[in-house]
Write a protein that binds this ligand. Structure first.
Ligand code: SAH
Length: 221
């Protein structure tokens, strides 16, 4: 499909899926208008690249629904100078958005085939300030801590303490936490004095964060 058509579809996505649901941060909206989601969607699903849904990317995982990514990004309140940690690279789409909103992005993914795929897609999209790392993001990535912002893209049973420990003073952490029904997107803010504040944002559906254990789905498809 020609680029112009995709640009129109992105504009429509912003007007119909994001703005009416309360995404108002102009930097986030601009990043969503400029980032080619079609680059991160499997070839046979590209005609649905701007539909209002998560789409399968293999290995039982999904590229997130645009609105959910936008809600996470808006909660992080990025202004361009931040060093960001992302847990759950998946397709690399949210990492590509982060790359436009922050100075440097470290993105950790536990499934190696997805790491390779995401690196390729991020190269194609020209996101050159993103490092994709193969590992258990539930433990964070201490080598480059502290981070001004941390985004978790998989449902966590509880707040991973390792991530809190890697948050800079004033830093923000957005994580979908398991609630009574589904997940609740939750924003944690580290205060300058070292305390932790939290606020529930939205009810959401996510694939699970698998941390610590050695799950059966490590195999390639
Ligand atoms: N934000 C991604 C979608 C992520 S789906 C996108 O825009 O495409 C969630 C991802 O989290 C999956 O790829 C899954 O493999 C990964 N994941 C789950 N637990 C993880 C962990 N402990 N560390 C790193 N990645 C994890």
């Amino acid at each position: 499909m020609p680029d112009e058509t995709m640009t129109k579809q992105r504009d429509r996505m912003v007007r119909r899926q994001l703005e009416p649901r309360g995404i108002t941060d102009q930097l986030v909206l601009a990043a969503m208008r400029e980032t080619p989601r079609e680059t991160f969607v499997p070839r046979d699903l590209r005609n649905r690249a701007y539909s209002d849904e998560a789409l399968p990317i293999g290995m039982g995982q999904t590229i997130s629904q645009p609105y959910i990514v936008a809600a996470i990004l808006q909660a992080l309140g990025l202004r361009g100078h931040e060093r960001v940690l992302e847990v759950g690279t998946g397709s690399g789409y949210s990492a590509a958005l982060l790359s436009r909103l922050a100075a440097h992005v470290v993105s950790v993914e536990r499934l190696e085939p997805l790491v390779r795929r995401a690196r390729r897609c991020l190269d194609t999209a020209g996101a050159d300030n993103v490092e994709v790392i193969h590992g258990d993001g539930g433990r964070g990535w201490p080598a480059q801590a502290p981070y001004d912002a941390i985004a978790v893209h998989a449902l966590a049973p509880e707040l991973p303490q390792a991530l809190v420990d890697q948050l800079a003073p004033g830093g923000r952490l957005v994580v979908p936490l398991r609630g009574y029904v589904g997940g609740v997107l939750t924003l944690f803010t580290r205060t300058e004095s070292g305390g932790l504040e939290h606020r529930a944002l939205d009810a959401v559906a996510f694939v699970p964060l698998i941390s610590g254990a050695s799950p059966a789905d490590e195999r390639t498809p």
